[in-house]
Design a protein. Structure first.
Length: 565
């Protein structure tokens, strides 16, 4: 049998105590001798997004055992973006991505596992697991736990986004509280992640386009039993890689694969958060891939999927017309995705997805009938965001907005103003000091953006921030501004009444203030004091980089000498 990483934990006289620990877990001689495969998930009760993992984890373990391995289940954390929204807890959401990757590294290297199967569910768990896999660089297979089914309300499909926006409608009298209570009970009828093309489903598609996921599994609803078969097959695939020198994560996650990942985001009007997470995954492979690289792919990729929040359909609808495979095949045929890239199966994307169904013409359009020619997400540059900012343009009717700034130094201050309609049509609401360092942690601002939409002001005002947006956010919302205000980025110099121009067609965002005035303001600028002086957030603020490079916390391309193939 080939030399295994896990041999270091069981071979020889000195490993007698190690084997005793294994026997205490009911492993016999045969189980101890087999390859040790970690199976990580977020099983728990923090969020419905991850509560589909249980039966799929069990199936993956069965697949590992059937293929001659010994599965070793462990769990890592999850911070629910939904339950942490609109309060200080949201600062821990992006931080959790790093904790997930770090915890996977600790377990896989600490216990010398030979391979890894990883599940994701809630938003940050998907990039966190993928980052951990690429960092450890052991044979790995990713699986998304699946989205919830959409609910039904007033004769139409609804998702959790409808409940956020309905809060604003109640505040303005457009909906009464009794109707909102009914919607609350209808919008999320099953376990699973959010049903629209928000961050979880976007990153699930990214995992497929990267080649790190079992093929065409991402859009299968989380409660569907067929997921178990894919999970069982994942166990077999990872064992094939362990025993047969199959591709490692860094063989799969190449520059071309990263561009493929960006293409599937643009083609589906996916979450702006993907432009934060894809560079972070690249960083784990030691590849320099930042928001400028993301922007180039976004600009050349047509929007072909009509998915919420900018469009009409949900993950279940994509599944019913053939799954993510329909989109990937269409993009390969268009030349927007490199079909020669490897997948975890050992086959190329073209081999795996070449037999997929053609676009149905409604949920997914043919490239010749694209919704937009240059993708559903755009990267802006300009004197207000010299290192980049992001906006989801899918579904926008207004692509140019110019107006006076209303400046807020925290999300909470802006939220209070929005709740009482303390703004006017045409305003540009600025929320600063909420970036990776300033927040710290880049709070996600779906609460504010949904309130604005619920107040029927979605494209009558703009919102600009160095914080983040939910994948469910819609409207003229520009986020991830880099460099951030807390380290002296131009957003720190904006004052109430300054004119701000956002031009999505030209891919620019500019502060219309004279250069000499900006120089005078910079000379008088004083950095804000840190909001946290101890604990996890303080440690994160001291390490984290800027959004345009993925908001990462270490040097990248980590190696673990002595535990290769």
């Amino acid at each position: 049998m080939k030399k295994l990483r896990s041999d270091i934990t069981r071979d020889g006289l000195s490993r007698t105590p190690h084997r005793a620990f294994m026997r205490a877990m009911s492993l016999d001689d045969a189980a101890i001798a087999r390859p040790m495969i970690g199976v990580v998930s977020m099983k728990g009760e923090q969020t419905p997004c991850n509560m589909t993992h249980g039966f799929q984890v069990d199936a993956a373990k069965e697949g590992v055992a059937e293929a001659g391995g010994t599965p070793r289940e462990f769990t890592t954390i999850s911070v629910s973006d939904g339950i942490s929204m609109n309060h200080e807890g949201m600062k821990f959401s992006l931080v959790s991505r790093e904790l997930i990757a770090d915890s996977i590294e600790a377990v896989v290297h600490g216990l010398a596992y030979d391979g890894l199967i990883g599940f994701g569910g809630c938003d940050k768990t998907l990039p966190g697991v993928l980052m951990g896999m690429v960092r450890c660089n052991v044979p790995s297979v990713f699986l998304y736990g699946g989205a919830a089914l959409p609910g039904r309300f007033a004769g139409k499909d609804v998702t959790i986004l409808d409940s956020y926006e309905a809060v604003g409608a109640v505040l303005t009298g457009e909906m009464d509280a009794a109707e909102l209570a009914k919607l609350e009970r209808a919008c999320l009828p099953t376990l699973g992640a959010c049903a629209g093309q928000f961050t979880a489903n976007t990153m699930a598609m990214v995992s497929e386009a990267l080649g790190m996921s079992m093929p065409n599994v991402s859009m299968i609803p989380g409660v569907y039993a067929e997921r178990a078969g894919h999970a069982r097959r994942a166990g077999q695939v990872v064992m094939q890689a362990v025993l047969g020198n199959g591709p490692l994560p860094r063989d799969i996650v190449t520059r071309a694969a990263l561009e493929n990942a960006c293409a599937v985001v643009a083609a589906t009007g996916g979450s702006t958060n993907a432009a934060l997470h894809i560079p972070a995954i690249a960083h784990e492979a030691g590849l320099a891939f930042d928001v400028d690289n993301v922007a180039a792919v976004f600009a050349r990729t047509p929007l072909i999927a009509d998915l919420r929040p900018g469009g009409r359909f949900t993950a279940k609808d994509v599944h019913e017309i053939g799954g993510t495979a329909v989109i990937i095949r269409a993009l390969i045929e268009l030349g927007a995705i490199a079909g020669a890239c490897l997948t975890v199966t050992g086959e190329t994307l073209a081999q795996v997805y070449g037999g997929a169904a053609a676009p149905d013409g409604s949920v997914v359009r043919a490239a010749g009938n694209a919704i937009a020619l240059d993708g559903g997400v755009a990267v802006l540059k300009g004197n207000l965001c010299p290192d980049g900012a992001l906006i989801k343009v899918a579904g926008l009717k207004t692509l140019i907005h110019e107006g006076p700034a209303r400046v807020f130094d925290s999300e909470q201050d802006c939220a209070r103003a929005v709740e009482v309609r303390g703004y006017r049509a045409g305003d540009v609401l600025i929320i600063r000091n909420e970036g990776p360092v300033g927040g710290p942690g880049m709070q996600e601002m779906l609460g504010v953006t949904a309130l604005i939409y619920g107040q029927q002001m979605g494209e009558q005002v703009a919102l600009v921030t160095d914080g983040r947006f939910s994948g469910a956010t819609r409207g003229i919302c520009v986020g991830y501004v880099a460099p951030e205000a807390a380290i002296g980025g131009p957003l720190a110099l904006v004052r109430d009444g300054d004119r701000v121009r956002i031009d999505c067609t030209a891919r620019r965002m500019d502060l219309l203030v004279a250069d000499d005035e900006l120089r005078a303001r910079r000379a008088g600028w004083i950095p804000p004091p840190p909001r946290h002086k101890a604990g996890l957030l303080a440690k994160y603020a001291a390490q984290v980089g800027q959004a345009n490079k993925g908001a990462v916390t270490h040097a990248g391309g980590a190696e673990w000498p002595g535990l290769g193939r």
